[in-house]
Design a binder for this molecule. Structure first.
Ligand code: NOJ
Length: 757
């Protein structure tokens, strides 16, 4: 090595000072504790276990949890809930360990705690940040009432591949919307004061890029350049950090050759040094151990690698617990590095006030008072209705009159177990309202005839895989033909047909990727038979992801996308179908025509051979067998009324750097219903130093307009909205022309411009 000696010594000195600084806590109480701790006690704090009470999301469940807690080998638990149970576990730690350090209690509260809200992808379609924050707040109130103080949410992975089952858990494809949702959720969970027993630590996940797994196969490799990473995929995680998120979960996937859990560039250089994150990082479920099959060495190797990379807590894998001491002895890891990780975990416990009172979240009166209250259920009903997206409404089939004769058919019309949606381990499917129950409640004068009509799928093997957490797909004894006939018979005396079709809840979610994302064939046959009756047909579509519905979209039907919408699903669906609530949801993912178009999203780049005509041309960037355009664009969503846009104008024709600009537009409700509209603003940076996307979402506002009403809407573009990460990864804006499009979806054509000096 050719080292310049004096410089090298200065460098070492700085490195030493930096480590010293990170190892010491600014909180005197935490520092005093650290000073007393043995190496074993510090390593114990880095260990997160689950006794298996919840839903295991890997093949391993922790063993001998009680003994390990008593031996000071556990820093936190997840999968334990209820004040009494949590108290037992907390007492084990506090009464048996030398330093009486309390445990953290984590959980996956993904879309509501016991009051289950729609899946996060559905919630994002409300584009309503206040509502989203309130959903997170209610989730925090309920979860903390049950003794939980750390939530593994929000999941903010940008997802542009609907084959990936976990697209259900996030806010869709867009970094601008995704960032706003991330902030709202962190605020909702953490509130203003983490020591308030109604608030909890939030954990943003899965850092990073988990949504970009190749071919939509879960846990698969991610391979992405830095420009795309910084501009498209990283912003929501950064937004959560900016909002003060207390913890970060590393993802399973590879990031530029090193899995996130052991990736120093990601966990330290970017997260801490560049973004200024000061909380703690936890691995995903055994993601540390999974670096062994990834090909990075033994458990001792990957544990040392991860600790040095900036991982503080090891979920379930016990790699830290079983190898770090040995690594210290062998000089592969410095004790200071362990102290630093321990400090971060202890500081989180301090923020929660657990050192003042380890039992502060354990009030046995709270569950009854705070969980599943009528107010929370009412909120669940409202947020569910706001998550629905009216994709199409042929001949204004919807809404239906409350005294109509309705044939209510389809395998999801009376299917309680599928209402909550994926990853609702804390919810109880038996409390969910089915569609048929909702119809009877909301429209007691309607005459409803019900028939199942089809199985969710006739494929027994698929059914087995989907039924891992209980019966979601129940294959009927009757033949498909008999079931379809029964449904067709039910239509005979009806004015209108409502078919509730789509995916079972566990057809999306973790380890639930699909290569074919169409409605299963059993249900397609049913839909064809229903349409053939000539009766007006409304399809109520349940799914955890965008589906390929080109065939159904071409039929003369109404299509209402309702996702899996939680404990109040049936009531909310009835509210919208019968017109008590006018749908206002807008897609937060682009819906492809077919799987071959994936990945598909609105902020694409132009290429050097663009084809805006959407008709095949030789030597242009297009397909022989399908247009480039999606079936449904990002931002799409109809209403029972319709809105017109006019008078789009930028407040100024030119602005300077660091100046904001307001964009004005008039929106008019031209139809016969009051309703809400999401006014969307897309920006095109016409020329810049790296190729720009054709347009990018940079603003939105949800407004309510009475029928006939006009409103002047103002949207503000801030300096940061014009910026992007350039070739040197600096966040800059560049002088030149910006085109602004405002309207009802990402295809909107009303346009104005301004110059940036
Ligand atoms: C694995 C999932 O990837 C993650 O989202 C979740 O928080 C953990 N399991 C714990 O349940």
């Amino acid at each position: 090595m050719n080292l310049n000696k004096p410089y090298f010594i200065v460098f070492l000195l700085f490195a030493f000072i930096r480590l010293q600084a990170q190892e010491r806590s600014n909180i005197p109480m935490v520092q005093e504790l650290l000073d007393k701790m043995t190496l074993d006690e510090k390593i114990g704090q880095l260990n997160l276990l689950t006794p298996g009470g919840g839903v295991a999301t890997g093949s391993v469940v922790s063993k001998d949890v009680e003994e390990k807690i008593k031996a000071g080998q556990v820093g936190g638990l997840f999968g334990v809930s209820g004040p009494n149970k949590v108290r037992v576990a907390q007492e084990l730690a506090v009464n048996n360990t030398r330093l009486k350090i309390p445990l953290l209690f984590g959980s996956d509260v993904i879309h509501g705690y016991k009051t289950t809200f729609p899946i996060p992808l559905g919630i994002s379609c409300s584009w309503d940040l206040e509502l989203i924050e309130e959903a997170a707040r209610i989730a925090a109130v309920e979860a903390t009432a049950d003794g939980i103080n750390w939530n593994f949410s929000p999941m903010v992975d940008i997802a542009r591949d609907p084959r990936w089952g976990r697209i259900a858990e996030g806010a869709g494809e867009d970094p601008y919307l995704g960032s706003a949702v991330a902030k709202a959720m962190v605020r909702g969970y953490q509130g203003a004061d983490l020591s308030d027993p109604n608030t909890m630590l939030s954990c943003v996940k899965h850092f990073a890029l988990y949504g970009a797994s190749q071919a939509g196969r879960d846990y698969h490799t991610v391979d992405m350049g830095k420009i795309k990473m910084f501009n498209q995929y990283l912003p929501p995680y950064k937004a959560a950090v900016d909002a003060g998120v207390a913890s970060v979960m590393s993802s399973f996937n590879d990031v530029d050759g090193i899995p996130a859990t052991g990736n120093k560039w990601l966990l330290t250089d970017l997260l801490r040094d560049r973004w200024g994150f000061t909380g703690f990082v936890v691995s995903d479920y055994t993601s540390l151990n999974e670096m062994i099959p990834h090909g990075l060495g033994s458990l001792q190797d990957v544990s040392a690698l991860s600790l040095k990379a900036g991982l503080d807590m090891d979920m379930v894998g016990e790699g830290f617990l079983s190898t770090l001491k040995k690594s210290v002895k062998e000089g592969r890891v410095m004790e200071e590095e362990i102290t630093q990780a321990c400090r971060r975990v202890l500081e989180a416990k301090h923020k929660l006030g657990l050192f003042d009172n380890p039992y502060r979240y354990l009030d046995s009166n709270r569950p009854k008072r705070d969980i599943l209250t009528p107010e929370h259920r009412q909120f669940a009903r409202e947020i569910a209705a706001r998550s629905f997206v009216l994709l199409k409404n042929h001949n204004t089939i919807l809404p239906i009159k409350k005294n109509a004769k309705v044939a209510l058919v389809g395998p999801l019309a009376d299917s309680r177990k599928n209402m909550l949606g994926t990853w609702a381990p804390t919810g109880n499917p038996d409390l969910a309202v089915t569609v048929i129950e909702g119809f009877k409640k909301v429209a007691p004068d309607a005459i409803i005839s019900y028939a199942k009509g089809a199985n969710i799928t006739d494929d027994k093997e698929l059914a087995k895989k989907v039924n891992v957490f209980g019966p979601r797909v129940v294959i009927d004894q009757r033949s498909p033909e008999v079931m379809i006939k029964e449904a067709v018979d039910a239509t005979k005396s009806s004015d209108v047909v409502v078919a509730v079709v789509g995916e079972a809840s566990e057809m999306s979610g973790e380890s639930a990727s699909r290569t074919d994302i169409s409605i299963p064939e059993s249900q397609k046959k049913l839909i064809r038979a229903l349409v053939a009756t000539g009766k007006p047909v409304a399809l109520v579509l349940m799914s955890g992801r965008p589906l390929t519905i080109a065939e159904e979209y071409d039929l003369p039907v109404a299509l209402l996308q309702v996702w899996h919408s939680g404990v109040e699903a049936g009531n909310a669906i009835a509210d919208v179908v019968f017109g008590d609530y006018n749908p206002s949801g807008k897609l937060t993912t682009t819906w492809p025509r077919n799987v071959g178009q994936i990945p598909i999203y609105h902020s694409v780049k132009n290429t050097g051979r663009p084809n805006p005509k959407d008709r095949f041309e030789k030597f242009k960037s297009n397909y022989l067998d399908a247009p480039n355009s999606p079936l449904l664009p990002f931002g799409h969503g109809l209403s029972y009324t319709h809105f017109e846009y006019s008078n789009l104008a930028a407040e100024k024709s030119e602005i300077s750097q660091n100046e904001s600009i307001t964009i004005n537009v008039t929106v008019t409700n031209k139809g016969n219903f009051d309703g809400e509209e999401v006014v969307q603003l897309y920006l095109r940076d016409v020329i810049r130093s790296i190729t720009p996307p054709v347009r990018q979402l940079k603003g939105f506002k949800k407004v309510f307009l009475k029928k006939g009403e006009s409103q002047d809407i103002t949207l503000t573009l801030k300096p940061a909205d014009l910026k992007f990460y350039n070739g040197a990864l600096e966040f800059v804006s560049e002088p030149g022309e910006f085109e602004v499009f405002v309207g009802t979806d990402s295809n909107c054509s009303l346009k104005t411009l301004f110059m940036l000096k």
